[in-house]
Design a binder for this molecule. Structure first.
Ligand code: FMN
Length: 248
């Protein structure tokens, strides 16, 4: 191991950088408008409204935490839209829009920047055709980005041969839009972005318990193939984490 390289990578984990940043020169302090809280939709895209979350599928918080584990085997059953809507709300749902560019959600985020978009790779969800969808937290709705019947073949190579990904009825894929956090924190943004995404995925693990489903966090994937699969540019938006979900 190159100890110098390791030492320099370790620096990324520390917050020392913050003291070196002159926050008077961040885009926020320079008076630049905050970026929107979610990507816009295209005029031709129709919204698929999602059922509002309720308590009918609740499990106890104790049971959800005590039973949390990663699942890589799923029974063949589909998820229904109500279950999917609950998982989306639990991971990125909006609580309140407090100011332009600032919205509180069901997960915390450094500086309330929430630098993520949620894409769903759907192969077996009741009432949804197979394809790639995006969640709109503000509307609590989905938009179809692209119909695709070949997702089961495309997922294993895009996850470096993790074959179980092909068996999930739906895979959550979170992309990062780094500027949302850079706007406030400049180069101190990237460390907290990684912290933010951990909260999102943990909520998915716990919410899955309430709908008889399971998931497994995936951080090992082929960056370019995953970016191509969801249709993002790989620069201003790129895949950061994913999680296949299925019934147990
Ligand atoms: C950041 C992170 C990345 C992970 N990446 C993968 C992955 O690429 N493939 C996989 O099968 N599991 C992955 N896992 C799941 C871990 O292997 C799993 O959490 C660990 O073995 C402990 O098991 P448990 O979650 O059942 O407690 C990841 C977990 C985390 C938190």
């Amino acid at each position: 191991m190159d100890s110098q390289q390791i030492a320099s990578q370790r620096e990324f984990l520390k917050d020392s950088l913050r003291l070196a940043i002159d926050f008077r020169f961040t885009d926020q302090h320079m008076g630049i408008e905050p970026p929107p809280i979610q990507k816009p939709t295209q005029p031709e895209q129709q919204l698929i409204n999602l059922p509002l979350p309720d308590h009918h599928n609740s499990t106890s918080l104790f049971d959800a935490i005590a039973g949390r584990r990663s699942h890589r085997r799923f029974i063949g059953s589909p998820l229904c839209l109500t279950e999917l809507a609950f998982l989306l709300w639990a991971t990125q749902g909006l609580r309140e829009e407090v100011a332009p560019g600032t919205a509180l959600r069901t997960v915390p985020s450094a500086g309330c920047r929430h630098p993520f978009e949620t894409y769903l790779l759907v192969t077996h969800v009741t009432d949804l055709e197979s394809g790639i969808y995006r969640y709109l937290p503000r509307e609590h709705a989905l938009v179809l980005e692209r119909a695709d019947d070949d997702l089961m073949e495309k997922l294993p190579p895009a996850t470096l041969g993790q074959r179980f990904t092909a068996t999930a009825p739906v895979t959550f894929v979170w992309t990062c839009v780094p500027y949302r956090t850079e706007w406030r924190y400049h180069t101190a943004a990237h460390r907290v972005i990684l912290m933010d995404i951990g909260h999102v995925c943990q909520n998915l693990y716990l919410a899955c318990a309430a709908v008889g489903a399971g998931t497994c966090a995936i951080a090992a994937f082929h960056q370019e193939l995953m970016d191509q699969l969801v249709g993002v540019d790989g620069e201003d938006e790129f895949v950061i984490y994913l999680a296949p979900v299925g019934k147990l």
